[in-house]
Design a protein around this ligand. Structure first.
Ligand SMILES: [Fe+2]
Length: 129
C-alpha cells in the first residue's frame, strides 16, 4: 500500500524538469555523473525481467542516492533509506495500456514524474540529518 502511495504521489500529468540549481539534481549528478546516467540506470532496471518496483532511494546515513530493484514488495529495501521516486513495474501497472511493451510504459510514465514531489521527499530527509 505504501509503495503505491509513493508511486501515485510522484505522478503528475506533465513532468517538469528539476531546476539546474536543485539540490536533488546536484545530488543525482554527484552520485551518477549526470541526470542522463541516472535516468538510463533507473529505466534499465525497470526493464529487467521480473515484477516489482524500481526505487530511487536516499540513504541519509551515507548521504548517497541508490537505484534499487525491489522484488515483489518486500525484497531489496534498503534499511533506513527513504524512497524518493517509486516506479511500479508489475504487469497490472501497464499491461492494459501497453500490452507486454514495458519499455513504452516506462517512457510514458517517466514523462509524468512529479519532480517537485520527489525533491520535497529528498529535502525533508536531507535537511533533517
Ligand atoms: Fe501496482
Amino acid at each position: 500500500m505504501r509503495l503505491h502511495e509513493y508511486y501515485f504521489g510522484n505522478l503528475i500529468k506533465e513532468s517538469q524538469a528539476l531546476d539546474q540549481e536543485s539540490p536533488l539534481l546536484l545530488a543525482i549528478i554527484k552520485e551518477f555523473g549526470s541526470y542522463e546516467n541516472w535516468e538510463k540506470d533507473f529505466k534499465s532496471m525497470g526493464a529487467m525481467r521480473g515484477i516489482g518496483w524500481v526505487i530511487l532511494y536516499y540513504d541519509v546515513s551515507a548521504g548517497r542516492l541508490f537505484n534499487i530493484w525491489v522484488n515483489e514488495h518486500d525484497v531489496g529495501h534498503l534499511a533506513g533509506a527513504t524512497p524518493l521516486l517509486v516506479m511500479d513495474v508489475f504487469e497490472h501497472a501497464y499491461i492494459l495500456d501497453y500490452g507486454i511493451n514495458r519499455k513504452e510504459y516506462i517512457e510514458k510514465i517517466s514523462a509524468c514524474w512529479d519532480w517537485s514531489v520527489v525533491e520535497k521527499r529528498f529535502l525533508v530527509v536531507a535537511n533533517n540529518f
